[in-house]
Design a protein around this ligand. Structure first.
Ligand code: HEM
Length: 411
């Protein structure tokens, strides 16, 4: 039986990731049955090798039944709007849908965006330095998340989609409600499903208007590309396009935002590593990989077994769910030397932060470029940045989120 603390959202909110518990599970019960009576039961997979075994075997483990674990009392939401999502498709549909986006996210296209992203980071830093966005206390503290971390990923993904920048703050609130549905500030502890459904409906209505506008007069953006795309010779319908818009608007911002906040926190908490990176910017590429490993903003993705499969001496029965704990795999001592040490020069570093297998993150090149750009700018512009209060974490066992992180730019 798995220790329920490994999946308890209250514990994530109060203490961050339960790395001590995952370490114990990796050692003693690497494939453990988790049934807390509150959520759908599942097999907790905590070792690196088992996570990649499952990721590789997309015949035996599928996504369509859902990649998240739901609360039992929140599973039936008859009014929940449904759209096809790339993340919950299986072959052959998955491959065909992924091809629609792949060209737009390939490394060469992303590299062409790099200068623009660097310039955007400068603007954000300029604005922060000029305004010194103050907290209610008026003491020069700023909220790193809202003043800095949330901005670049949202601006970039909305710009790619073609959504006007002035709608960024609205998109931030909707996306927080979807991802933070079990959080008292972003969603609702008692009725998370309602919080998601309301935000989804609002996002769908917004994007439906937007898609209609692009159908009437296409431009160069992603939504126009989706309007003109074909799968097996047929154009996508509005629900299919909505699915892409919704997934990209969420996946393209929540993850990179939390990677940025988590990376800055790790650097503040490890002054020697931060000093080394500031002194030697050539360290940035390996540093970003290590910070991605260290932070691992997505806690898990679930799969559903299509047949009985043995993993680590346990038999997973057809129809049962397995949960792949990426942050645990990323601290697996049989793969990473001294996994609990932040080593910005670590090489090799085959972390699973972007998942593994056919669903592995489509936006990973973009995320890496954004992280390099934002960290380079912040280290250069605000070398004295320090924490100025406790970090306020998201109540979620799916995204390792930081909601608020008070900092002073220069003490
Ligand atoms: C640090 C930032 C990011 C992290 C940690 C991250 C993580 C992940 C993970 C863990 C998956 C699922 C893999 C699996 O199930 O095996 C995924 C899928 C995906 N991500 Fe990301 N992601 C990030 C940034 C982005 C960005 C910037 C975009 C888009 C612009 C994006 C778009 C997607 C899409 C579309 C999928 C679904 C792929 C599929 O099902 O084929 N992600 N991401």
């Amino acid at each position: 039986m798995a220790d329920h603390a490994c999946f308890d959202p209250d514990r994530f909110a109060s203490h961050g990731y339960p790395h001590d518990i995952w370490a114990r599970m990796r050692r003693d019960t690497p494939v453990a049955w988790h049934d807390d009576g509150i959520r759908q039961p599942f097999w907790a997979i905590t070792r690196y090798g088992h996570v990649t075994d499952v990721g590789k075997d997309s015949d035996s483990f599928i996504n369509a039944p859902g990649v998240t674990i739901l609360r039992k009392d929140q599973m039936i939401a008859a009014d929940a709007p449904r759209v096809p999502l790339l993340l919950t498709m299986d072959p052959p549909e998955h491959h065909k849908s992924r091809m629609v986006l792949r060209e737009r996210f390939k490394p060469s296209v992303m590299r062409a965006l790099e200068e623009h992203i660097i310039a955007r980071c400068r603007e954000i830093a300029d604005e922060v330095a000029a305004a010194r966005v103050r907290t209610a206390e008026g003491d020069g503290r700023i909220d790193f998340v809202e003043a800095i971390a949330m901005r670049l990923p949202l601006d970039v993904i909305l710009e790619l989609l073609g959504v006007p920048g002035e709608d960024r703050d609205q998109m931030y609130l909707w996306s927080n409600a979807v991802i933070g549905s079990e959080d008292p500030e972003y969603g609702s502890v008692d009725l998370p499903r309602e919080a998601i459904v309301a935000a989804q409906q609002a996002m769908f209505a917004y994007f439906a208007r937007f898609i209609a506008a692009r159908r009437a007069s296409p431009r160069e953006d992603l939504v126009s590309l989706l309007v003109e795309a074909r799968i097996d010779g047929a154009p996508l319908n509005d629900r299919e396009i909505l699915g892409f818009c919704f997934l990209l608007a969420i996946a393209g911002n929540e993850t990179t935002r939390n990677a940025t906040s988590g990376a800055m926190l790790a650097l503040i908490e490890n002054p020697a590593a931060r000093a080394a990176l500031t002194a030697d910017p050539a360290l940035m590429p390996t540093a970003v990989e290590e910070l991605l490993r260290w932070v691992t903003p997505i806690v898990y993705m679930a799969r559903t077994a299509t047949r009985d499969v043995e993993i680590g001496g346990q038999t997973v029965r057809a129809g049962e769910k397995v949960v792949l704990f990426y942050p645990s795999a990323n601290r697996d001592e049989s793969v990473f030397e001294a996994p609990s040490t932040l080593d910005l020069a670590r090489r090799p570093n085959r972390h699973l932060t972007f998942g593994f297998g056919r669903h592995s993150c489509l936006g990973n090149d973009l995320a890496r470029i954004e992280l390099r750009a934002v960290l380079t700018e912040l280290l250069a512009r605000f070398p004295g940045m320090e924490l100025a209060g406790p970090v306020d974490r998201l109540r979620s066992n799916f995204v390792g989120g930081i909601k608020h992180m008070p900092v002073v730019l220069a003490p």
